[in-house]
Each structure stands twice: as C-alpha cells, then as structure tokens.
Write a protein that binds this ligand. Structure first.
Ligand code: CA
Length: 670
C-alpha cells in the first residue's frame, strides 16, 4: 500500500493464469526453521485506563505482533522525534518494543535515487536504510522482516516496475541479478548483526513482479523463476529465516487459488503465504480467513497478514491528503477513533490467531509514518523533497512519470499511525500488548454513527430522534439526539440538494447527511437488477423479450429490457410494475424506448388504477440510439387503490427490435 491513487488502481490489476496445470514439480526440501524464538518484548507491564480491549485467546508468545516502520530514518532526518506516553523522547523502536511489538518490517528498494543522488521519497528505502533500522530493531529484541520490492520504488498490485539497472536484461540474467542482489543485501544485514527472521521475495505480487506480468505468455514461469532466485539467496545467507511470498486483494478468492497453484506448479521454495488486509478495500475478515485457510490447508504453508491499518482520525496533519478519512467514501465498520483503530487491530489479530490455520502473525503498515511537522504545505514539501519523507518526491518522475511524477507529496497515512503529529505515542498502540491479557474499562459511547437519509422532495422531512452510538467494545446503543442547525422549511423549498445537519447525542457530535431528491418510487427503475419488480407479458409469438446486459444499448447503467421479432406482425407485449405502499398524492410517470424496423407501431406508456387504464401516452421507435420518452403527468392516486405503470408495444415490421430503459415515477408538489 502507499497512497490513495494507487489504491484505486488496485482494482484494475490483471491476474490471469496463463499456464495449464498439468502436473506438479517436486518442491525442494527446505532447511530447518528456527522456531524456538522467544521474543523478549511482549509489553507485559502495559496498562490503560481508557482503552477497552477484549482478550484474544490462544496467542502464543511467538505470535508475530509486527510493525512496518520503514520511513523512520527519513522522518528523523526531517526533524521528527518520537515520545513515550509520559512525553519522554525515546528511540521509536524502543517505544514499539515496550508496547508488545516483536517484529519490524522494512521495505527495500534497489536504487530509489536519481542520477544526481536525489531520493524518490517514501523513505528512500534502500538496503542501507534497512540495515540502520534492523540494527535498532535487533537492539530491542525484535526480529526483522526484510521486504524486497525488487523495484527502484513502490511495487504494489498497480505496478511492478523493473529496477533501472536490470531493465534490458533477459529473464535468466534478471534472475541471476536478483539472486546476487538478495544475497548481497542479506549479507550486509547479517554482517551488521541484524536478527533477520523473515524475508519477503516481492511485494503484493498479484500476477506481476519486477517488470514481468502474468498477462503475457509465460509470465508466471518468469515471475516464479525470480521468486525462486530470491528464495535460494535467503536459504544460503539466512538459513534460519522464513521465506515469504506476498499478495493483495484477498477479496478475490479465485486469484489467491491461482497464486497458490502457480507457486506449487513452478516449485517455489517458500514458507509463508502472506496477504495484505485493508478492511476498507479487502472484504470481510471471515473471507480473509477462508482464503488463507484454503492456502494453508492445500499447500501446508504458514500464512500471515503482512499489512493492515486503520485510521484513528479523519483529519489530515501534514497538508497532503490521506488514503482514507473524511469524505473518502469508505464504508466504516469501526469509527475513526483511537478505540476504533484499536478494535480493528484486535479483531484482525483475533481472526489470525483463532480463525486461520497456521497463521503466524499480523504486521501493521507504517504505524510510525507521521507528519514532518511543518506549518504549511510548502514547509513540508521542502522536507519531503530533501529527505524523501513524503510518499514520493518530484525526483521520482524520471522513474514513475505517470503516478509519482504527477502526484508526489507527503504522507497519506498519518491518520493511521500510532503516534500523533507531534510524535507522541497514541493510546491505541497499547492494543498489541493488551490483547494478550484483555483490558476492561467502563463501557461508554466512543462515537456516533452518521445518519444518511434520502428524502423525496415532495414528501415529509422527518429526522430520526435517536442515533446509534458505537461503544468502546464496538457494540451499538441508541441515544437521543438533538439536531441543532436544521431548517425544515428551507429544505422543503430548496429543491434537489444535499444538507449536513449537526446534532448532539450523549455529549458527542452527531451528523445527519440528507439528500433531497426527486425520488423514484419504482423498484429497479433501470433494470440493473434484472427483472426484479417487473412483469413482462408476451402477447404475440416473437423471438426475444428479456433483460439484456449491454452498456452501449442502455440509457442508464449496463442493462435494459430488449425485444426482437423476426416475423412481421408478431411483436406485441406489455412490461409493467405494480407500485406498493404509495402515499395519496399526485405523481408523474415516464419510460423510455429506442429501436427500429417497427413498421406500423402502436407503443404507449400507461397507468392502470384498479385494473383500468386511466392514462396513456403514445410514443414510437425510430433508429438506433434515438431514445423516446413517454411522459404521463398529474396522476391522482389515493391510498388503497392498486396502481400499475407500464409500457405496451406492438410492431408490424419484420425484424422489429427495441430497448426499454429508465422508468420514473415521482411525486408532484401539490
Ligand atoms: Ca496526510
């Protein structure tokens, strides 16, 4: 993960299996893994009088409570200092260890610098950076997960760019270079006395890695050749370390199945199948458990959550927008509070420890990446450019012109860190130790759930008198609410508009988002849900009458009702919907049609009240893509009557065809 823009592009990733799985090559026997590691930092003496943490059962001493903390040196060069709860300045890795973190993850880029030595940003994370971090982590009794991206900058599902130095190499030379590079890097760590516990060969390698892609013929063969080269280097230099592969998007379960099959088929020597899990993108925890259980069971591998994170506030602190936060369109399962952040982490750990077979731990992503502390965008930009402490600097443009080169800037996850903008540890950091024993405080409201209302312009405006409070333990309770800045008359007369209404509930701010709309009382008005709500009745014996999924023939969305009759004088049908629970009042109805080859036609929209057609509006079909909308205004409706709206179509021409879409029944102001 890195920033908002790439996150969106994740959805576009190609993940195709291009091989036919006809047999299995034997997997090389693997060396003994040192499993008797006992971390000396479990945060046993951590306590909290404000954080509610439900104990997670079955946590072994060596369950990995990991933290990716790759940007720290660049931040410190920019002036950042870290402080413990009592305001005492400390090495941030010591603070992490004291709070139960027992493993540090660090990303490694081959050469994140331009020809003049200017860093691309994101921490300028080369191997020297990893050595510096590894020494500090080892000094605190923590192990290091070395995360090779095998790129000069960010590698993720949206991009897996080959390092500059390897650009023109064929696959065999590239694999050899990767092997040597991995060996050299690991040797530097070993020589520095770093306790390397695990090595990742590639980052979020969803069917692509180091310039190779599975969307091209033989892609998986080349990708796995590179992974195997990396794994071989790990076995030689760090024989006690685990080899991990890493993928993202567990919500696409079939992708994970294909990754597992390809790794097996091409005999990649690995120990841990790791997955990212960002709750706002990656589906449910239950799904994550299913997907990883399949891998663990099918291939006998350890599994792991290599990245997760959550926001403790919607606010940005460094003048560079955040991946999630206010207005981000994120569906929240947890409030953006310290307790919400802690609860998400707790639930991920619980799932890992109790729902997933052979899951060895959880790493939080960049919980130490905070603002560089300037008082303006310009001040911060100068620091990001000089020290590489933002997600990308302008110098990255030469390597990644389309993304970093355009959108370079600061930190996109400062609201997901475990330190505030001044570098002081947040209470939520304690969750990593408190999950081992649980921590009970008086349960109280922690946040108020936002209310979202869609109200008909011509209907009554009624705001709820209760709202959901999200409690410290993530349960919900209803609280009375007082709305403060509401002007119902102005909303009634304001036409189509959106309003944000503020209120107070239990001493906390409540928000109600109201959309005043021209409400459509029809179900499935654009046929996107297929036939739902609609009844089609063929009167003649023609060929086709069905919902069609074809965006180019739809007025809205991708679906519409389609008809076609090869023989003359056969097309005749009705398509209608009964509308229930309508209030007494005046309504307008409209429906649209396009088509051709109709010959003599009789086509009309109609309204039936209690079985009788009481309104009718004639229309026609002409040529492709010329939509005609039949409109009936001023329909009087009394509650209790049965109302049906529809369209009647009769065509004389051979090969008559057409498409029906966008039906609307809306109220009229009296
Ligand atoms: Ca930011």
């Amino acid at each position: 993960m890195k920033h908002a823009r790439s996150a969106l592009i994740i959805l576009m990733v190609l993940c195709m299996v291009t091989v036919t799985l006809t047999g299995c090559k034997p997997t090389p026997s693997k060396p003994e893994i040192n499993t008797d590691w006992k971390p000396n930092a479990t945060g046993a003496d951590v306590s909290s009088d404000s954080l509610f943490v439900t104990k997670v059962d079955n946590l072994s001493d060596d369950f990995i409570m990991g933290m990716d903390a790759s940007c720290v040196p660049a931040l410190e060069a920019s002036g950042v200092k870290y402080y413990d709860y009592d305001g005492q300045q400390k090495d941030v890795y010591e603070i992490l260890a004291q709070n139960g973190i027992n493993y540090i993850r660090v990303r490694v880029w081959n050469d994140p610098f331009d020809a003049n030595g200017n860093g691309y940003g994101g921490g300028n994370c080369n191997i020297e950076n990893a050595v510096a971090i590894g020494k500090r982590a080892t000094a605190q009794g923590m192990k290091l997960l070395v995360n090779f991206h095998y790129s000069d900058f960010w590698a993720d599902p949206a991009k897996q760019m080959v390092p500059k130095a390897w650009k023109s190499m064929n696959i065999d030379d590239k694999a050899e270079a990767l092997y040597q590079y991995t060996k050299d890097c690991l040797q530097k760590l070993v020589d520095a006395g770093v306790d390397v516990g695990m090595v990742q060969v590639g980052n979020e390698t969803n069917g692509a890695m180091c310039g190779e892609s599975s969307s091209e013929l033989g892609g998986w063969k080349r990708i796995t050749q590179l992974m195997s080269a990396g794994a071989r280097a790990v076995r030689e230099v760090c024989p006690h370390a685990l080899v991990a592969v890493h993928f993202a998007n567990p919500e696409k379960a079939t992708n994970y199945e294909s990754y597992g099959k390809n790794l097996q088929y091409y005999g990649v020597d690995y120990d841990v199948f790791a997955s990212s899990y960002y709750p706002f993108w990656h589906g449910t925890l239950d799904n994550l458990a299913n997907v990883l259980n399949n891998i663990a069971t099918t291939y006998g591998k350890k599994v792991m959550i290599a990245e997760t994170s959550y926001a403790f506030t919607a606010d940005d602190t460094d003048f560079s927008g955040n991946t999630i936060g206010e207005g981000g369109g994120i569906v929240k399962d947890y409030p953006f509070t310290l307790q919400g952040q802690a609860n998400l982490v707790r639930d991920v750990i619980d799932t890992a420890a109790n729902q997933i077979k052979d899951c060895i731990g959880v790493f939080y992503w960049e919980g130490t990446w905070i603002s560089v502390g300037g008082e303006s965008y310009e001040q911060n930009l100068a620091l990001w450019e000089k020290h590489g402490s933002g997600w990308a600097s302008s110098y990255a443009a030469e390597y990644d012109p389309d993304d970093a080169g355009k959108w370079y800037g600061g930190c996109a996850v400062d609201n997901q860190a475990f330190f505030d903008a001044d570098g002081k540890a947040l209470e939520s950091l304690k969750v990593f130790s408190l999950v081992r024993k649980g921590n009970t405080v008086d349960n109280r409201a922690d946040a108020i759930e936002d209310v979202n209302l869609i109200i008909d312009l011509n209907g009554d405006i009624v705001l709820p008198d209760k709202v959901n409070a999200i409690m410290l333990d993530n349960s919900k309770q209803q609280l009375d609410v007082q709305w403060t800045n509401v002007d119902i008359d102005a909303m009634k007369n304001g036409g189509v508009a959106k309003y944000t209404i503020e209120g107070m509930a239990g001493g906390m701010r409540a928000l109600c988002y109201v959309s005043m709309v021209e409400y459509n009382f029809l179900t499935n008005w654009s046929f996107e849900e297929g036939k739902t709500g609609w009844t089609a009745t063929a009167i003649g014996s023609f060929n086709e009458l069905m919902v069609e999924d074809k965006v180019t023939d739809s007025m809205t969305g991708t679906k519409h009702y389609h008809f076609w009759g090869a023989t003359a004088n056969t097309v005749e049908f009705t398509l209608e919907q009964q509308v229930n629970d309508l209030k007494s009042g005046k309504y307008n109805y409209a429906i649209s049609i396009m088509g051709g080859d109709g010959g003599a036609t009789e086509i009309y929209a109609y309204v039936k009240i209690n079985g009788e057609i009481v309104h009718r509006a004639d229309t026609q079909i002409t040529v492709y893509n010329e939509w005609h909308t039949a409109t009936i205004n001023g329909i009087e409706y009394n509650e209790g009557d049965t109302i049906v709206v529809g369209i009647y179509v009769k065509c004389a021409g051979p090969n008559a065809w057409g498409k029906i879409d966008d039906a609307l029944l809306n109220s009229v102001k009296e």
